[in-house]
Design a protein around this ligand. Structure first.
Ligand code: KIV
Ligand code: ZN
Length: 530
């Protein structure tokens, strides 16, 4: 009989801690809700000792998301474990995930500890975690490069102390498939008490083998797999959840296992993460890339038209990828639009419907056919996130092949209209500088990407921007026929997020100290208080 493989998602922990993928509290909660809809079994919400933000994220996710197990990471120390428990204790199904490196390389150069000391620490850490919570996972970090006999001893110590899950990470993405598979088979065969414990994979993609190694771990006896949406994570990333799930789904003929993932939520999950982090997946990314289901070669198109099975092993619908069907046009009404959003899985509230309809009409005036992708781009513009402080009313740019570009922008805030101009090397930069002059919080662009949405020559441009304001990074995404307009809206969205966060952080600091702090930027953005 097929056995279940538990999906442990670490997008909000191993994924989020990688450069460029950081999310704020609201963004983490939004992602957690989507991971719940996706059906993950375990959701690792963060590393509470790492920062107050991580602590709050774990606490809020634990309080709100009740179906999956909520895990929090802790090093093998009293402070870490107690902090993880503090964040987790409201969870319906909490799990403390504690880890300690076990390879000689880590012992010698990082921890400066002997093997005997590590064994003691493992017993202590798992025992302490167990005193808080029934469900305890232990990871011997760098298990892939740990001496096998010693790894077995470490795992034994963890099981004796009460670990319910043993996760064997290939921390540096070094293992080849047969090695990774054998490690699981060895631990399963040689550690007493394994019948009470679930073995777990955790793989990194440094040699491009994270997903293959995950499947190898399953062959070796693992029944939990740790992975992230879009494969985000340290360095080359973690194993991609969508790839593991679809490999198991498509090849059930040879893999006697299943997952409880709702595959039709995969594309939405991938898109949401892109919107929140501003980190897009490459076009040819398996399962969720824009070209994953595009058949370009004539011979392939011919085959697919005759019977899709000739070249398609997965249908786009299985992963929830919108079809390229023309869905709406200029004369479609509000009702049709709301219905189509519903079909695509978006439940909009009244103000969101109004805003979506307004943007839809603007787009339909310029574009004959509106595709599902256009609608997703509209809803992803960010209006579900953050109350807009400034809205773009008008912009105008002048640029030529030589000389500097000039931009004039008009923004509205609380019914008041502001305008300003700036010059820069290019029209987008000039528009950003003009926006800065009005908002008063100058940003530095860290990443700027443009691509077209939807097929045809009338496709619109989608711009994703990552920018730093006041030392923190924010993302914005927008679409328009005009690249400068899309860029300006995306930049303004990231500035709005920065302003919103600034306001929140300032309010929290004032509440904590009992007095209103002076802050020049907050004063400028919110004259007279908030
Ligand atoms: O890669 C790794 O070893 C980890 C552990 C903390 C599980 O992320
Ligand atoms: Zn990792």
């Amino acid at each position: 009989m097929a056995e279940k493989v538990f999906i442990f998602d670490t997008t909000l922990r191993d994924g989020e801690q990688s450069p460029g993928c950081s999310m704020n509290l609201d963004e983490k909660l939004e992602m957690a809700r989507q991971l719940d809809r996706l059906g993950v079994d375990i959701l690792e919400a963060g590393f509470p000792i790492a920062s107050q933000g991580d602590f709050d994220a774990v606490r809020l996710v634990a309080a709100e998301i009740r179906r999956p197990i909520i895990a929090a990471l802790a090093r093998a120390s009293e402070l870490d474990i107690n902090r993880a428990w503090e964040a987790l204790k409201e969870a319906a199904r909490p799990r403390i995930h504690t880890f300690l490196a076990t390879s000689d390389i880590h012992l010698q150069y990082k921890l400066h500890k002997t093997r005997a000391e590590i064994l003691k620490l493992i017993s202590f850490a798992v025992g302490l975690a167990k005193s808080h919570c029934q469900d305890v996972e232990f990871s011997p970090e760098d298990a892939g490069r740990t001496d096998r006999a010693y790894l077995v001893e470490c795992c034994h110590a963890a099981v004796e102390a009460g670990a319910t899950v043993l996760n064997l990470p290939d921390t540096v993405g070094y293992c080849l498939e047969p090695e990774y598979e054998k490690m699981f088979a060895d631990v399963k065969a040689r550690v007493p008490g394994m019948e009470r414990v679930i073995l777990s994979t955790h793989t990194h993609d440094d040699l491009g083998m994270a997903v293959a190694n995950t499947l190898a771990g399953i062959r070796g006896g693992a029944r939990q797999v740790e992975c992230t949406i879009n494969g985000i994570g340290e360095r080359a990333g973690n194993a991609a959840l969508e790839e593991i799930v679809m490999a198991i789904h498509v090849r059930h003929d040879v893999l006697p296992i299943f997952t409880n993932i709702h595959t039709e939520e995969l594309y939405t999950s991938s898109q949401l993460l892109t919107r929140l982090t501003g980190v897009a997946v490459q076009r040819n990314k398996a399962i969720v890339g824009r070209n994953a289901f595009a058949h370009e070669a004539g011979i392939h198109q011919d085959g697919v038209l005759k019977n899709a099975i000739t070249y398609e092993i997965i249908t786009p619908q299985t992963v929830g990828m919108p079809s390229n069907q023309i869905v709406l046009g200029k004369h479609s009404g509000r009702h049709a639009l709301v219905q189509r959003f519903k079909d695509l899985g978006y439940e909009l509230n009244k103000p969101e419907i109004e805003r979506a309809y307004e943007q839809f009409c603007r787009l339909a005036d310029r574009k004959k056919n509106i595709y599902d992708e256009d609608l997703i781009a509209i809803v992803n513009e960010g209006f579900k996130d953050i109350p807009e402080m400034f809205t773009l009313k008008l912009f105008q740019t002048v640029s030529a092949s030589e000389g500097r570009a000039t931009a004039t922008v008009e923004l509205e805030k609380d019914g008041e209209v502001f305008h300003d101009s700036a010059t820069a090397d290019g029209p987008c930069d000039a528009a950003f500088r003009a926006i800065d002059r009005i908002t008063g919080i100058p940003g530095t662009i860290l990443d700027f990407s443009v691509h077209t949405v939807g097929p045809g020559t009338d496709g619109v441009a989608e711009v994703v921007i990552r920018a730093r304001f006041e030392g923190r990074e924010f993302t914005g995404k927008s679409t328009s026929h005009n690249v400068v307009e899309a860029a300006s809206r995306a930049y303004l969205l990231s500035a709005n997020k920065a302003a919103y966060e600034l306001k929140r952080a300032h309010a929290a600091a004032s509440a904590a100290s009992g007095s209103i702090h002076e802050n020049e930027v907050v004063e400028r953005l919110f004259p007279g208080g908030y």
